[in-house]
Design a protein around this ligand. Structure first.
Ligand code: ATP
Ligand code: MG
Length: 252
C-alpha cells in the first residue's frame, strides 16, 4: 500500500476489491459541516451515480476523492491513478487540443498518447485544433480524453453532460458507458438527472445532510432504456428520496 505523505487522503494498491474507502469523512466551511461523518465504499470496476439536491456537498466529496481538497477529517483511501472531469471542460485556450489532453502528465508524453485517447472519444481529427473552435460536446470529449490518458482506476465525473443539448448528451452518455465497459475502471458520476443515473449506473447513491442517505443497486439489464420493466419504479423511489413530489397514479 502506497501512503501519500502530503495529507489525509491516502492512496492504495490497485488490485484491491474496493476502489474507494471513506470512513467518518467530515468537511466544514466556516464552521458548517457540509460533509458530516460520511461513510462510503466503492468497489473496483463499479459504476456508481451520486444524486442529491443542489448544495448538498456532491462536488465537495468529488474534490476530496480527487485529492484537490485536503482540509478534511476522517479516512479516505483512493487508488493512485484517478482522474476527474468537471462540468465545464476547463481547457487552456492557448494550447492545442492534444497539448491540453497531456497537461499535467508526468514525463514527456508523446502526441501519439493524446491522439489515441482522442481517437477513443471520436475526436482524433481535432487533435491539432484550438479549444475555442470546439463545440460544447467536443470540448467535453476532449476533457474525457484528458481523464483517459491518466489510465485511471477511478474516474470522477462531476455533471459532465449538464451543459450539453439533449442529443449530444445521449451520445456522450453512450460514450461514457462504452469507455467504462472497455476500461473497467470504477466510475463515480455526479448528476442531477435520475434517468441518466439509472441508464448508466450499477448503483445509485443519494447524498443528504452530509452523508450517503440512500444506496440502491440497479439490477436492470444492459443496454437500458427508460421504458424497461422496473425502470419507472426505481425512478419513483429515487425521486421520493430527493424530495420531489410526484403525482399519484391516476385512479379509474
Ligand atoms: N470553497 C468553499 N468555501 C465555502 N463554502 C463552500 C466552498 N465549497 C463549497 N461550499 C459550500 O458547500 C456546500 C456544498 O457545495 P457543493 O459544491 O459540494 O454542492 P453540490 O452538491 O455539488 O451542489 P450542485 O448540485 O449545485 O453542484 C454549499 O453550501 C457551498 O456553498
Ligand atoms: Mg456540484
Amino acid at each position: 500500500m502506497a501512503t501519500d505523505l502530503h495529507g489525509p487522503v491516502t492512496t492504495m494498491a490497485t488490485a484491491t476489491p474496493d476502489a474507494v474507502r471513506v470512513e467518518g469523512l467530515t468537511r466544514s466551511f466556516d464552521g458548517r459541516a457540509v460533509i458530516d461523518g460520511l461513510e462510503l465504499t466503492l468497489r473496483s470496476g463499479e459504476f456508481t451515480a451520486l444524486l442529491g439536491r443542489s448544495g448538498c456537498g456532491k462536488s465537495t466529496l468529488l474534490r476530496v476523492l480527487a485529492g484537490l481538497d485536503r482540509e478534511i477529517e476522517g479516512t479516505v483511501l483512493v487508488p493512485k491513478r484517478r482522474a476527474v472531469a468537471f462540468q465545464a471542460p476547463r481547457l487552456m485556450p492557448w494550447k492545442r487540443v492534444w497539448r491540453n489532453v497531456l497537461l499535467g502528465l508526468p514525463g514527456k508524453p508523446q502526441r501519439a498518447v493524446a491522439e489515441s485517447a482522442l481517437e477513443e472519444v471520436g475526436l482524433g481529427h481535432r487533435s491539432g485544433a484550438w479549444p475555442k473552435t470546439l463545440s460544447g460536446g467536443e470540448a467535453q470529449r476532449a476533457s474525457l480524453a484528458r481523464a483517459l490518458v491518466r489510465e485511471p482506476d477511478l474516474l470522477l465525473l462531476d455533471e459532465p453532460f449538464g451543459a450539453l443539448d439533449a442529443l449530444t448528451r445521449i451520445k456522450a452518455q453512450q460514450l461514457v458507458a462504452e469507455l467504462w465497459q472497455r476500461r473497467g475502471c470504477a466510475v463515480l458520476l455526479v448528476t442531477h438527472d435520475v434517468d441518466e443515473a439509472l441508464l448508466l449506473a450499477d448503483r445509485v447513491l443519494v447524498m443528504r445532510d452530509g452523508v450517503i442517505a440512500h444506496d440502491t443497486p440497479v439490477g436492470l439489464d444492459r443496454p437500458r432504456t427508460v421504458g424497461a420493466p422496473g425502470f419507472a419504479g426505481l425512478r419513483s423511489r429515487l425521486l421520493t428520496e430527493l424530495g420531489v413530489e410526484q403525482p399519484a397514479a391516476p385512479s379509474l
